[in-house]
Write a protein that binds this ligand. Structure first.
Ligand SMILES: *[C@@H]1O[C@H](CO)[C@@H](O)[C@H](O)[C@H]1NC(C)=O
Ligand SMILES: *[C@@H]1O[C@H](CO)[C@@H](O)[C@H](O)[C@H]1NC(C)=O
Ligand SMILES: *[C@@H]1O[C@H](CO)[C@@H](O)[C@H](O)[C@H]1NC(C)=O
Ligand SMILES: *[C@@H]1O[C@H](CO)[C@@H](O)[C@H](O)[C@H]1NC(C)=O
Ligand SMILES: *[C@@H]1O[C@H](CO)[C@@H](O)[C@H](O)[C@H]1NC(C)=O
Length: 378
């Protein structure tokens, strides 16, 4: 995972501290002494739950990096993984580079991010962690090579996770993955990121696919992992910025119905679909952002053929064009599900300041979201 794994070589890199460090461990510690001190004291949590889902009881998302769809599809190991489940041939990233794609999968937008530096999303932005907590569904991240739980990465850019100790404590490393596996304490929602050697970033798809197969093979027959489990293997983004940002994605695991094994799904999906899928499965509330309209067919999507998803639209974090922080749609409705109550409370009275419309919307840098007029007053 590009933007956090860079920092694991703690002595090699220095990073600007965007936020005061949450005690006791800092997600941005780079001094070796600080890292070791934090490693010794930091809180790590592995809560479990068993909430039945409609299509699966456990969701495992594994992210590889920077590979064009065609290159992944041509790789025999990837193809073999695809044959074990469902191959998604209409799966797209939302922008470049890596970080905003990870952010999208957590919170339903990326606020203009067009780089990979560590940043801090305001604490009034909720994430999938809040949706899962609301229904008592255990969750955790496992990021290879992280020195301790709560160290920086795609979830820790969200202040609502970084500054909440019992949330940061579930952003763990691979040591913890294997401990949790052994102890039968894996959560129901998991996000897994191998390091930059294994995810293809510093290697290539041949390497990443082999890593993925070797990582998964023992797990697929381990009852501590496989328990009506849906494994989602995807890439954060493609490599060639001049073509549509299409990514290779596979769904497998014992939750995939036997008659769908070896099939292809050509519907449009993106990183917001991951949120939408999990929300639909466990009847979760929504974030009121791009998650609400995800997982609709793109057949009639205007301009789709002209879209590349290869640049970020403006936002509070854009280095090229600032735009205001969009407010979530607190009145969202999706199959009877509504916006998370705490989100409704946080953003009460801001109804006219959201740019989400609750239907399939897939903006990119060339086709940015349209802000409501009320924003001009800000
Ligand atoms: C959300 O947080 C940001 C950053 O602190 C702030 O500018 C904004 O006013 C907040 N919005 C609400 C509705 O509290
Ligand atoms: C992984 O995280 C745990 C919990 O913070 C820590 O004790 C352990 O030393 C870490 N493992 C490695 C290899 O850094
Ligand atoms: C990634 O992890 C593997 C072990 O799985 C290790 O051999 C490799 O050196 C690590 N790469 C980085 C960049 O840390
Ligand atoms: C990936 O790299 C390995 C080792 O350098 C090489 O053997 C293999 O052919 C490469 N794969 C592709 C698709 O280029
Ligand atoms: C996006 O792709 C289009 C078409 O290849 C290209 O003209 C444009 O320069 C690309 N944008 C970026 C930021 O790479």
């Amino acid at each position: 995972m590009l933007f956090s794994t860079l920092l694991v070589a703690a002595t090699l890199v220095s990073v600007a501290l965007a936020v005061p460090a949450p005690a006791p461990a800092s997600p941005t510690a780079t001094d070796t002494t600080d890292v070791y001190a934090a490693q010794a004291t930091v809180l790590t949590l592995s809560p479990v739950s068993n909430v039945k889902g409609k299509a699966f009881d456990r969701y495992v998302s594994i992210w590889l990096e920077n590979t064009d769809y065609a290159d992944a599809a041509a790789d025999p190991t990837m193809e073999a993984l695809a044959k074990m489940g469902i191959k998604l041939t209409g799966s797209y990233a939302v922008t470049h580079p890596s970080e905003p794609n990870y952010m999208a999968a957590f919170a339903g937008d990326y606020w203009g991010v067009n780089g990979d530096s560590f940043l801090a999303v305001p604490s009034n932005v909720s994430t999938v962690a809040d949706l899962l907590d609301d229904k008592g569904i255990s969750w955790g991240l496992y990021q290879e090579g992280m020195p301790y739980s709560g160290y920086q990465g795609p979830a820790i850019v969200y202040k609502s996770i970084a500054n909440t100790p019992d949330k940061a404590a579930k952003v763990k490393n691979f040591t913890m993955f294997y401990e949790d596996l052994k102890d039968d304490k894996l959560p129901q929602w998991m996000f897994i990121t191998p390091n930059m050697t294994n995810d293809g970033h510093d290697t290539n798809v041949t390497f990443a696919a082999k890593w993925c197969k070797e990582f998964l093979t023992p797990l697929l027959s381990d009852p501590h992992f496989m328990a009506n489990t849906l494994v989602h293997i995807t890439f954060d983004e493609n490599e060639d910025y001049t073509i549509q940002n299409q990514i290779f994605t596979v769904l497998l695991g014992d939750a995939v119905p036997a008659d769908l094994v070896g099939t292809v799904d050509d519907n449009y999906y993106n990183h917001y679909s991951e949120l939408s899928t999990v929300e639909a499965n466990w009847d979760l509330k929504t974030l009121g952002r791009w998650d609400v309209g995800a997982n609709w067919n793109n057949d009639d999507y205007p301009a789709f053929d002209k879209m590349f998803f290869n640049s970020s639209y403006p936002g509070i974090f854009s280095s090229t064009k600032w735009a205001p922080q969009p407010v979530p749609d607190i009145h969202s409705r999706r199959n009877g599900r509504t916006t998370l109550d705490s989100i409704q409370d946080t953003w009460k009275g801001t109804d006219d300041l959201n740019y989400y419309h609750g239907e399939l919307e897939i903006p990119d840098g060339a086709y940015p979201p349209v802000y409501p007029e009320a924003f001009s007053a800000y």
